[in-house]
Design a protein around this ligand. Structure first.
Ligand SMILES: [Zn+2]
Length: 151
């Protein structure tokens, strides 16, 4: 569903220290900066998780209350944060850390996709099909169904 444009490797750009030092503080500025230093890394921006994944909204809201910050957006990216914790790509790691601290949620396009109708985050097409389910591109709110019967 997302076009894969830039392939990110596990290595940092040569000027990584200065790029990290310049990461702004304001949420929208961080987002713009990220799009500039990691072009095509963010594939989708969504207001929240869909009804299918409401637990993720709860956890996100809880984390924001704990940090005393305002929830921003869910960002669907080409790589997972968890995978990158094991790599030497400090720029991606620092950008993820900063985005998360400012109210964004960073998730990967392997596991997550977007409802074509309401633009809320749902399980990816790949994971739907792996689970033996028929993929319609719609969340439960937009197409109420019992997924156990739709295979
Ligand atoms: Zn929907």
């Amino acid at each position: 569903m997302f076009a894969q444009r830039t392939v990110y490797t596990n290595s940092d750009p040569p000027n990584v220290a200065s790029l990290i030092a310049q990461i702004p503080e304001e949420p929208n500025e961080i987002l713009q900066y990220t799009q500039q230093v990691l072009p095509d890394w963010i594939l989708g921006e969504c207001p929240q998780f869909s009804l299918d994944l409401f637990k993720f909204n709860e956890q996100w809201a809880y984390a924001c209350v704990q940090l005393n910050i305002v929830p921003q957006k869910v960002l669907i990216v080409t790589e997972t944060y968890l995978d990158l914790q094991n790599t030497s790509h400090t720029l991606v790691r620092e950008v993820c850390r900063k985005l998360t601290l400012k109210g964004f949620v960073v998730v990967d396009s392997i596991n997550f996709g977007v409802c074509v109708r309401c633009n809320h985050v749902m399980v990816s097409e790949k994971r739907f099909i792996e689970g033996g389910l028929k993929y319609l591109g719609l969340c439960q709110k937009c197409f109420p169904h019992d997924p156990r019967n739709s295979a």
